[in-house]
Write a protein that binds this ligand. Structure first.
Ligand SMILES: [Zn+2]
Length: 256
């Protein structure tokens, strides 16, 4: 675990970049002596009454909020006391994986190694994605959007025809809170990161949103319709609960 963590941090050379960024916001960062892989961002707050530690479940960032005027020595000692707990908590979070040459990215649930290619666009091969070095993130993002668009258009058309309901536009976004949504006008929205999930999981999300064309709630009637369209609904929901956050860990663009 420790090696995995330090590798990810090396790749970002986080501590250096982070310190510079935080200084601009009146914050600072330090590494724990007892857990050198853990970087703690120190935030001084006029409203804070006590010292509190938070580990982001999205990216494993550790923030220590302290009342204004708390000496850094006190803040550090507080974090050091919780070093073991912090190390465990950070280890449980899916760490950011930059989409770069050499990294592995799942496409439709299957691992693909990103390799340098000569073309301008990303090319999907069996087990590899060829992409132009330096531009690999954005071009692979475009590829994922194309795959998601293609698969979702087909799945939605099929389920809507099974259900006998018309639908509006299909849009793709990079949403964190939900995999899809359905408006009262019948327009559907999906996360293009579903291109990374196994194909049956993407199809389940399509079936789920199509079922909302008949029921705009999560009532028993809704779930009956959803299961009629996609009998493995419960398995795929379970997959998203367990693995969904990992799909968000792939970083196609350099964080600013
Ligand atoms: Zn729903």
């Amino acid at each position: 675990m420790a090696r995995r963590l330090s590798k990810a941090f090396d790749r970002f050379s986080t501590i250096v970049a982070l310190r510079a960024k935080l200084r601009g916001r009146g914050m600072s960062a330090f590494q724990l002596k007892e857990a050198p892989d853990v970087t703690v961002e120190l935030r001084r707050s006029a409203r804070a009454r006590r010292l509190s530690l938070r580990v982001s479940s999205l990216d494993g960032r550790v923030t220590l909020t302290v009342p204004k005027g708390t000496p850094e020595r006190v803040a550090r000692a507080f974090a050091e006391e919780k070093a073991r707990w912090l190390q465990d908590a950070v280890g449980r979070v899916a760490l950011p994986v930059p989409v770069v040459i050499g990294a592995e990215l799942p496409v439709e649930g299957r691992p693909h190694r990103i390799v340098a290619g000569a073309g301008r666009a990303a090319r999907l091969g069996p087990g590899t994605i060829e992409a132009p070095p330096g531009r690999e993130g954005p071009v692979i993002e475009t590829l994922c959007k194309q795959i998601a668009r293609n698969r979702l258009d087909t799945a939605v058309a099929g389920y809507a025809s099974d259900l006998g309901r018309p639908y509006g536009r299909i849009t793709l976004r990079d949403t964190r809170s939900r995999w899809g949504s359905c408006s009262s006008a019948g327009n559907l929205m999906f996360s293009w990161r579903l291109a990374l999930a196994p194909a049956p999981v993407l199809r389940y999300v399509a079936a789920h949103e199509v079922a909302h064309l008949a029921h705009m709630d999560h009532s028993a009637a809704f779930w009956a319709t959803c299961r009629a369209l996609c009998p493995e609904t419960d398995d795929h929901r379970g997959w998203l609960r367990t693995h969904g956050s990992r799909l968000h860990s792939y970083q196609f663009r350099t964080p600013d």
